[in-house]
Ligand binder design. Structure first.
Ligand code: SAM
Length: 308
């Protein structure tokens, strides 16, 4: 079974926020579009998360991404991965993390069934990293090394490009990625949950980088069902350009549904007025059929935010 929305877009991916708590304070953080500031008490339990993942998978979800907040901050993260990985129809399970706690967890996560990981690495400069995130660069670098040696694949580095802060570091980052993980995502700043002034000061279009990559690449691909992203293959590194979301292509090929850390199905990254609560029904003893109907309702609420 597969759910298709009113615009012909299949529902294939679930992006589950496990917590809004974080061990860093990234100045640019969009908090996955959530508008509430969650606390530990409002988070879903492991059984609730796995139940949502199971029902979603029975409706055609093939990939699950765990995010946050910082997902590795949850003490039960390895168990969550292990339980989700048992769902037979799932083809992909991944985590997006700041990498700070990954050195200690990479091996266990891999053994629990995690396939791949995205690690936020906006800069290779220690003091810039500390100013942007409040964290220590060396922790992330250790996390990256551990992820690669644990056999997670791909290990993608997420570089959010910010004008005047790290935009002169792109070539250096490409070089670093080619020597370490082989995968880099250049991400354009989204104006969500950050103030207008920050966006105006630091937003940088990725067009120039993309034009350079077009010339350097030995192969260029389009990931249709990943917001039609362009992927550039250079000799030792694959580079994806992410964003901007404010375009019709991003929406046209969206195959996602999100789950907020407090258990609401979120049909669109950009909206919070169309959420469908799934956690309260679970806590009130809803059957799988009832949860299926909740998924179907959320799928019907999926709508391209940027229509042509
Ligand atoms: N704590 C984890 C992390 O740092 O990756 C997971 C949550 S974080 C919100 C997920 C990803 O969103 C980050 O890796 C970062 O690259 C990206 N991100 C955060 N704020 C963003 C923004 N304003 N615009 C675009 N991407 C952003």
């Amino acid at each position: 079974m597969m759910l298709i929305d009113l615009y012909g877009r299949p529902l294939l991916n679930l992006r589950i926020s496990l917590t809004q708590r974080c061990n860093l304070r990234c100045s640019y953080c969009h908090r996955e579009g959530e508008d509430s500031v969650g606390d530990k008490l409002s988070e879903m339990s492991i059984d609730e998360i796995v139940r949502i993942a199971r029902v979603g998978s029975s409706l055609g979800i093939r990939g699950i991404k765990l995010t946050g907040g910082e997902p590795l901050i949850r003490k039960d993260i390895v168990k969550i991965v292990r339980e989700i990985a048992k769902i037979e129809t799932l083809e992909d399970i991944s985590i997006t993390t700041n990498g700070v706690m990954l050195a200690d967890l990479a091996e266990e996560l891999k053994n629990a069934g995690l396939r791949r990981v995205n690690i936020n690495l906006p800069t290779l400069d220690e003091s810039v990293y500390n100013k942007l995130t409040g964290g220590k660069l060396e922790d992330v670098i250790e996390g990256i090394k551990s992820a690669v040696s644990a056999g997670l694949h791909p290990v993608k580095l997420n570089m959010l490009v910010l004008r005047g802060i790290n935009d002169t570091e792109v070539d250096e980052m490409i070089n670093f990625a080619s020597k370490t993980t082989g995968f880099l995502q250049l991400i354009e700043l989204e104006q969500m949950n950050i103030n207008k002034k920050y966006y105006e000061n630091y937003h940088k279009s990725l067009e120039d980088y993309e034009n350079k990559l077009k010339h350097k690449a030995i192969k260029v691909e389009n990931r249709k069902y990943m917001q039609n992203r362009s992927v550039y293959h250079l000799p030792n590194v694959t580079i994806e350009i992410v964003g901007p979301t404010e375009n019709t292509e991003f929406c046209k090929y969206c195959t996602r549904l999100r789950v907020t850390s407090d258990g609401k199905l979120k049909p669109c990254l950009m909206k919070n007025d169309n959420l469908v609560d799934i956690l309260t029904p679970i806590r009130n003893g809803a059957s799988d059929d009832e949860l299926t109907n909740i998924f179907k309702e959320a799928n019907l609420r999926r709508k391209p935010y940027f229509l042509i």
